[in-house]
Ligand binder design. Structure first.
Ligand SMILES: O=C(O)CCC(=O)C(=O)O
Ligand SMILES: [Fe+2]
Length: 314
């Protein structure tokens, strides 16, 4: 029987930035996961995002397939993705999703997004764009707390250009509740760590998310992350783990089927594509040298996506 994890709760509106940064540091050392409250993303907007998400995933599959994922934007069908490329089953994860990438209005980035037609879903695009912008603001604040938590200038990641044109992707997820698998265990999302800097996640209140703090332990111990209404669940990604020489943990997680329909919204905040991710000076010493060589952010992310999807970034 899995137990529920008591993750720290970080209040983004707290005036005591240093105390908040200390709590963030402890959370990133211990779990690589924390709850985020008072994050500034409007509650009514969150409700609208779930509403619109539900409407999209309720469309006939032929309609959804017209927007099938291209340039890592658009719809991915049930079983199209396998987050754990080492999983023994051939079948992908029991979820469908929709990716939205950087929005137009950015000097160097064209809007490559695909959008459902206005006739079908009139307020869909505006809702997702508002959410994207608000989540990005919250994410930037979390990144500055992470910098403080690493005893760096709070604008460190801004200054090195990591957030000039962040590769931020909003992903709507839908886990149908009624899939039965007779012969094999198909997970909603198989075990993985996230690839980038940080992820902000919010769910429709249905549990299913689990984390495994020690990935090399056998048997692996999975603990439930119970959703808190309207709070984000924030987790550290692999690029942040590389930056910090594994001081901050990019923790293995998965979504198990709970027999109920589940929706979630993930906002992956990843660095500018040319940003070079290399061990922070404060995170290595002679006795603890860098564990990873420097890597260009997009090279790393593309390789991880190639392993997840047969067609990689396409
Ligand atoms: O839906 C969830 O709760 C988690 C999704 C997730 O881990 C991911 O998409 O990376
Ligand atoms: Fe994830």
């Amino acid at each position: 029987m899995e137990s529920a994890l008591q993750l720290p709760i970080i209040d983004l509106s707290s005036q005591d930035r240093n105390a908040t940064a200390l709590s963030v540091r402890q959370a990133c050392l211990d779990y690589g996961f924390f709850y985020l409250i008072n994050h500034g993303v409007e509650e009514t907007l969150l409700e609208r995002v779930f509403d619109e998400s539900r409407k999209f995933f309720s469309l006939p599959v032929e309609e959804k397939m017209k927007l099938v994922r291209k340039e890592h934007r658009g719809y991915t069908a049930l079983y199209a993705e396998k987050l754990d490329p080492t999983a023994s089953t051939d079948k992908g994860d029991a979820k469908e999703s929709y990716y939205i990438g950087p929005l137009a209005g950015n000097a160097t980035e064209n809007d490559l997004n695909q959008w459902p037609s206005r006739e079908q879903l009139p307020s869909w695009r505006a809702t997702m764009e508002s959410f994207y912008k608000q989540a990005l603001l919250a994410g930037r604040q979390v990144i500055s707390l992470l910098a403080l938590a690493l005893n760096l200038d709070e604008n460190y990641f801004e200054k090195i250009g990591a957030l000039d044109n962040p590769a931020a992707f909003l992903r709507l997820l839908h886990y149908p509740g009624d899939l039965r698998s007779l012969d094999e265990e198909i997970l909603g999302a198989s075990a993985h760590s996230d690839y980038g800097m940080i992820t902000l996640l919010v769910t429709n209140g249905i549990s299913g998310l689990q984390v495994c703090k020690e990935k090399s332990d056998r048997p692996q111990v999975w603990e439930d992350v119970i959703p808190i209404d309207k709070a984000f669940i924030v987790n550290v990604g692999d690029l942040m783990e590389r930056w910090t020489n594994c001081l901050f943990r990019s923790t293995l997680h998965r979504v198990i089927p709970v027999g109920e329909e589940r929706y979630s919204v993930a906002f992956f905040l990843d660095p500018n594509e040319d940003c070079v991710v290399e061990c922070l000076q404060s995170c290595c010493t002679e006795s603890s040298p860098p564990r990873y060589p420097p890597i260009r952010s997009m090279d790393y992310l593309k390789e991880r996506l190639r392993l997840t999807y047969e067609d990689g970034f396409a």
